[in-house]
Write a protein that binds this ligand. Structure first.
Ligand code: IMP
Ligand code: MG
Length: 326
């Protein structure tokens, strides 16, 4: 029987360090599942100081958990098998990886179309995501059940405790993001139910944000002039703000609190983790944009206090570096 579902969701534009959080709490769950997106994602995980990266397989695999790719994801089979080989070479049990029979397959044609027609205009990752979801909606997509090695097919069963690992984030959601500068899937917790459970099963919605905003790819909310601002250049370097799938330099801005508040409200997060506070300390500057006014703080404590006071009281907030646990 399925007892409880917890959902991890990005509250910004991706790259908030969701992988790190998933990895930290995976041990408490029986399953770790992806419900959206495909190889456009990049989840980085550190285990005993060694860096690991996956693009489609959930990070639960690093903790020996059943790792499910749901029917609302899109899978590039070449990349999937490459990732399986990589995980095997790291000594991990890839028999735990399962893919829904109804997951749509990304084809070479999807990738070519994305690279030729979308990548420049919309700043997509060029992984064939939008064309694959288009074919899904046109009901002419290819399904995993007809193309993937049968041993990887998921029987649809979930039991015990389930952790759902969001890919991309609130402001990239097809419905709520800054359309058309979004991805083609639903990144919010409502979509986690596509894995096959009732919304009533969800207990915790763990929102992940970052101490500053970044955007990988084009978005008028992040004008190019941001690239010339010295303090943001420092954040880019100290924070290693380069796309983990594309290697592109991310655009940086101070944390815009109004966007974060909106993302918390719509996603229903009851817990919030704010990552990369150490980068602000390295840069030695602490700023937030609140209602279009830039607020400056003397230190990290003041910065944290302002955020805590500004957000609603019934959300538990943790900052990276805090001793307290979730
Ligand atoms: P697509 O998902 O490749 O179609 O890209 C659409 C937009 O979402 C682009 O702005 C990408 O940079 C962004 N995007 C997609 N996946 C990620 C991610 O995992 N992290 C950050 N940005 C992403
Ligand atoms: Mg990522």
């Amino acid at each position: 029987m399925l007892n409880q579902v917890d959902v991890i969701v990005g509250l910004a534009w991706g790259d908030e360090g969701k992988g790190k959080i998933v990895s930290a709490i995976s041990k408490n769950y029986n399953y770790v599942c992806r419900w959206n997106g495909g190889p456009n994602a990049g989840h980085t995980v550190y285990l005993k100081d060694k860096k690991y990266k996956t693009h489609i397989i959930p990070c639960g695999i690093f903790h020996n958990k059943k790792s499910i790719i749901g029917p609302n994801c899109v899978v590039n089979l070449n990349k999937f098998y490459d990732e399986i080989d990589y995980l095997k070479s790291e000594g991990l049990d890839t028999n735990l990886v399962k893919v829904s029979p109804k997951t749509n397959i990304i084809t070479e044609r999807h990738i070519i179309y994305d690279k030729l027609c979308l990548q420049k205009k919309l700043g997509t990752t060029g992984q064939g995501i939008a064309p694959a979801y288009s074919d899904k909606m046109l009901r002419r997509g290819r399904l995993a059940k007809d193309y993937i090695d049968k041993k990887y097919l998921w029987d649809g069963v979930l039991h015990g405790k389930v952790l759902c690992e969001g890919a991309q984030s609130f402001w990239l959601d097809i419905n709520y993001g800054n359309y058309p500068y979004v991805t083609s899937s639903e990144t919010l917790p409502y979509s986690a139910c596509s894995l096959g459970f009732s919304p009533k099963k969800i207990k915790n919605i763990i929102g992940v944000a970052k101490a500053y905003d970044t955007k990988s790819g084009v978005d008028p909310l992040f004008p190019e002039i941001l690239l010339d601002i010295p303090e943001f250049k420092m954040i880019t370097e100290y924070g290693n703000e380069y796309g983990s799938t594309t290697g592109r330099k991310r655009l940086v801005n101070w944390l815009r609190l109004d966007y974060l508040k909106h993302a918390i409200n719509i996603s229903g997060a009851n817990k919030l983790i704010i990552n990369k506070c150490d980068i602000l300390e390295k840069v030695g500057m602490y700023k937030i944009i609140d209602k279009n006014i830039t607020k400056k703080f003397n230190d990290l404590d003041q910065f944290k206090r302002y955020i805590k006071q500004s957000l609603c009281k019934n959300i538990k907030i943790l900052f990276s570096g805090d001793k307290e646990k979730l």
